[in-house]
Ligand binder design. Structure first.
Ligand code: TXA
Ligand code: MG
Length: 343
């Protein structure tokens, strides 16, 4: 299959035509690039799973660009959902609803619920409106790899496997949407993201984190099926160092020295405040620790850059879990397979 690159917004109608005909198109959103198909077309949806190599029990998020598109997809809209929609849509927030039978079971991974998001990215919104269709879209990466925040990374993973890629520049949030479940009593965050728990608490009286997100062992089953899989993993082995700055820098430098002696290429993932303190040829700073949004925006691209550089081991700082930091550390810990070194 030839993958068409669409880098001119004037040609967005081509992407709309492909989607209406049951094809697959990667599209920028404010969080990460999504791999879109008509959510109501079972065959098109099955091709998403094939192109990504995604397990079929991992459900997809449906994207809408108009509140009227919600009604036919969901059985019931709780008051808490209306409040969240009013405050955070369009934006990086996904809500779980009881589904209607209109939504194919394959989109929902066989569940009775459905995940819906109203993205703020103008290109994604335009495309949904042009097609008039709800679009199912997981992140546009090969399953297990870091999510793509630009068109080049989508091309690397999916060239020849999908019909087209719309190039709309960088995704600025950089981590996937926050997922909130409103179908089971207390509102629960199933995946941390750009909309933080504190932001949600300004609107709702209570909201808890899915206990599986907080447990260090893997015994508690996460409620978002996708959260149980290995994720965001570059080819390099990632290790996270936790402790005070001085000790972390010392421990990482010692490890770097050892690697050099064994001809192992190793790199450091850090912030602007510490980047000059490491002895390595492969140092990537995600930005200042005082601007966590910048750190979130650069995280996935940095993990992929280490692969470009053929780095075998990555030593990462532990970033603050304040605000969007809980999403940053959730993704980083997964990319490290929860390999954390306390110093
Ligand atoms: O920011 C985003 O959400 C991006 C962009 C493209 O919109 N999309 C994205 O999709 O991250 P994906 O497929 O990579 O992640 C979807 C997550 C998975 O962890 C999946 O298990 C969960 O949403 N999910 C989907 N439907 C669900 C449901 N009914 N109940 C619980 N979790 C659900
Ligand atoms: Mg994903």
């Amino acid at each position: 299959m030839h993958t068409l690159m669409i880098d001119d917004q004037e040609k967005l109608y081509m992407a709309a035509d492909i989607l209406r005909a049951g094809g697959l198109v990667a599209v920028p959103t404010e969080t990460v690039y999504g791999l879109c198909a008509n959510a109501l077309d079972e065959h098109a949806v099955s091709n998403i799973y094939k192109a990504k190599g995604r397990p079929s029990d991992n459900p997809l998020i449906i994207h809408i660009a108009d509140l009227e598109m919600l009604q036919p997809l969901v059985a019931h809209i709780p008051d808490s959902a209306s409040l969240l929609m009013e405050h955070f849509w369009p934006g990086p927030l996904t809500l779980i609803f009881e589904s209607t039978s209109l939504v194919p079971l394959s989109v929902r991974g066989g569940l009775s619920t459905v995940a819906i998001r109203f993205p703020s990215h103008p290109t994604m919104q335009d495309l949904i409106r042009m097609t008039g269709l709800p679009l199912a879209a997981p992140s546009a990466n090969t399953s297990g790899k870091p999510s793509p925040t630009n068109a080049k990374r989508v091309f690397e993973d999916l060239n020849g496997k999908i019909d087209a890629i719309v190039d709309g520049g960088l995704s600025t949030v950089g981590v996937e949407s926050t997922i909130v479940d409103l179908t089971s009593g207390t509102p629960t965050i199933l995946r941390p993201g750009g909309i933080t728990q504190d932001m949600l608490l300004e609107v709702l009286d209570t909201i808890i984190m899915d206990p599986a997100l907080l447990s260090v062992d893997a015994t508690t089953k996460p409620k978002a099926p996708g959260m149980k899989y290995t994720h965001y993993a570059p080819n390099a082995e990632v290790m996270i160092y936790k402790g005070d700055d001085e000790k972390v820098v010392e421990a990482i430098n010692a490890a770097l020295l050892q690697d050099k002696a064994h001809n192992i290429y190793s790199g450091v993932l850090c912030d602007d405040e510490t980047k000059s303190l490491f002895h390595s040829d492969f140092i990537i700073s995600l930005g200042s620790r005082h601007t966590p949004c910048e750190i979130a925006m650069h995280l996935f691209e940095a993990l992929r850059t280490f692969d470009d550089l053929k780095v075998q081991k990555v030593y990462a700082l532990s970033f603050s879990t304040e605000g969007v930091g809980s999403a940053i550390m959730n993704r980083l810990e997964k990319s490290a397979g929860h390999h954390i070194i306390y110093v």
